[in-house]
Design a protein around this ligand. Structure first.
Ligand code: NI
Length: 135
């Protein structure tokens, strides 16, 4: 078994704000991230696919095809967008890094037909990232 990872970078705006809570409670929980006028992040997404190399190509998955899938299914929908209002697959959810990574997995998994999706790693800042393995 070998693991291939492809990186993609994008930037997007969002805010963390629970509409069921008061402004004060949101500010207490989310701090600056609750700013009603939004804020942005330069995200880095790492998509890891695992499998056995195909004997004809030596590839688990063609890295160029993986790039195109990630671009079409995720990047084009989130890059330079507002995650809270523009992204269909995040509708009605808190746009935390956790929820975002889980949603990316769900969108991408059906499109990975060579190898198997193993991990979605999503970096929100230099110091914070999440990893999701599908469970
Ligand atoms: Ni944020």
């Amino acid at each position: 078994m070998i693991y291939l990872t492809r990186r993609a970078c994008f930037n997007a705006a969002h805010k963390l704000y629970n509409p069921n809570w008061s402004k004060e409670k949101n500010e207490e929980m989310f701090g600056k991230c609750a700013n009603e006028h939004w804020h942005g992040h330069n995200y880095q997404l790492f998509v890891t696919v695992k499998g056995v190399p195909n004997p004809d190509t030596g590839f688990v998955i063609n890295a160029k095809e993986l790039r195109d899938i990630v671009k079409k299914v995720i990047i084009e929908k989130v890059d330079h967008r507002n995650l809270n209002v523009d992204v269909d697959f995040l509708k009605g959810q808190m746009t935390s890094t956790e929820n975002f990574a889980i949603a990316i997995w769900r969108e991408l998994a059906p499109h990975i037909t060579e190898g198997t999706l193993h991990c979605i790693k999503l970096c929100e800042t230099e110091n914070i990232y999440v990893e999701y393995y599908g469970e």
